[in-house]
Design a protein around this ligand. Structure first.
Ligand SMILES: [Zn+2]
Length: 343
């Protein structure tokens, strides 16, 4: 035993507690175990990211973090994600290319019933998640907005949806903000929700770049005080301003309730986002006449129409050079026109 104690005393760094067996028995050992496993975890994570190419590593980072994975958290009173969408979300998270429901041609349909027609095959849902044809992008945005709105209402913030802010109106566009509420400290809080599909190919390191660019763009569009861009990547990561906003919003709650409230917010938003993306993927794989089983987060969103225009929140591609990404083909080839009967 003497030899062991000497060895422990000589040990440097975290865990160098020598032979303080009493402390270990008191639970200090558990704390050290946490420190050691954190080190092992950090090392494994570093090694894992080192084994990936830069775009893949950024891709993984954009789907990581407590907010991105919050759809896995079980919460009393909140229904879990449905199995189909959870399966799709997990396959995307594991970067599995083959996802059920996808086929060779994107079936996202315009209101005139022509389809997108882009050949996407098994691309891990990449095309379907960013395809601007059909209602998927708007639906996803609205579900995330509703999740945030309902959470703000739950914590007693009295938010209002879709409010016009006249001093931000321009000649071409009326400023209709997703959520507006008033805060005693911050004044009028105008929240603009947007989902970004950060392009990682050839973009270099820095997972938050696409999100930050969107945040800056929103501040340029709505200058001055009062704008709070709530930007999240399609893989789940939030921008810094979104995190800061949620922290500011829970400030009205008693200290002991804040962490739980932040948790429910993350969960509700992650479920809304991932359900929306899963719907886009599944609807891309089915001819429009057959898409009957779209699932809705709150069951109340069926009223949303394709004509419901949402300004630039809908345009989600963020290529590194800032140029708009060619999205599908606006004029579909005559061969790909689906004259879907009925439906
Ligand atoms: Zn498409």
């Amino acid at each position: 035993m003497d030899g062991l104690e000497v060895a422990l005393k000589r040990k440097k760094g975290a865990g160098a507690k020598g032979c303080n067996w009493a402390a270990s028995a008191d639970g200090d050992g558990l704390k050290m175990q946490r420190v050691h496993s954190a080190q092992v975890y950090a090392q494994a994570l570093k090694k894992f990211h080192g084994s990936l190419t830069v775009p893949e590593s950024v891709d993984v980072s954009l789907g990581s973090g407590p907010e991105a994975g919050a759809y896995l958290v079980a919460e009393e009173g909140a229904p879990p994600m449905n199995d189909r969408d959870l399966r799709t979300t997990l396959r995307r998270r594991f970067r599995i290319q083959k996802i059920e429901g996808t086929s060779g041609v994107c079936h996202h349909a315009r209101t005139c019933r022509t389809i997108c027609g882009t050949v996407h095959g098994h691309d891990g849902g990449r095309h379907a998640a960013r395809c601007n044809i059909g209602v998927g992008v708007t639906q996803r945005h609205d579900d995330v907005r509703d999740a945030l709105h309902d959470w703000l209402a739950d914590i007693g913030r009295h938010p209002k949806k879709e409010q016009e802010i006249p001093h931000w109106n321009t000649v071409n566009e009326r400023a209709r903000l997703d959520i507006v509420l008033s805060d005693p400290r911050l004044g009028e809080v105008c929240i603009d929700v947007s989902v970004v599909t950060t392009v990682t190919q050839g973009a270099g390191r820095g997972a938050l770049r696409g999100i930050e660019r969107r945040e800056r763009k929103k501040h340029l569009r709505y200058p001055g005080r009062g704008l709070f861009p709530f930007v999240l990547d399609v893989r789940g990561k939030w921008g810094r301003e979104a995190h800061a906003l949620v922290q500011a919003m829970v400030g009205c709650l008693p200290k002991e309730r804040r962490a739980d409230a932040v948790g429910s917010c993350r969960r509700a938003i992650a479920v809304a986002l991932q359900t929306g993306v899963a719907n886009q993927i599944h609807s891309a794989g089915k001819p429009p006449a057959l898409t009957a089983d779209i699932s809705y987060v709150n069951g109340a969103s069926q009223g949303a129409t394709a004509e419901d225009v949402h300004g630039d929140s809908d345009f989600e591609d963020v290529p590194e050079d800032g140029a708009p990404q060619p999205l599908g083909s606006q004029a579909a080839a005559p061969g790909s026109t689906a004259a879907a009967a009925g439906g």
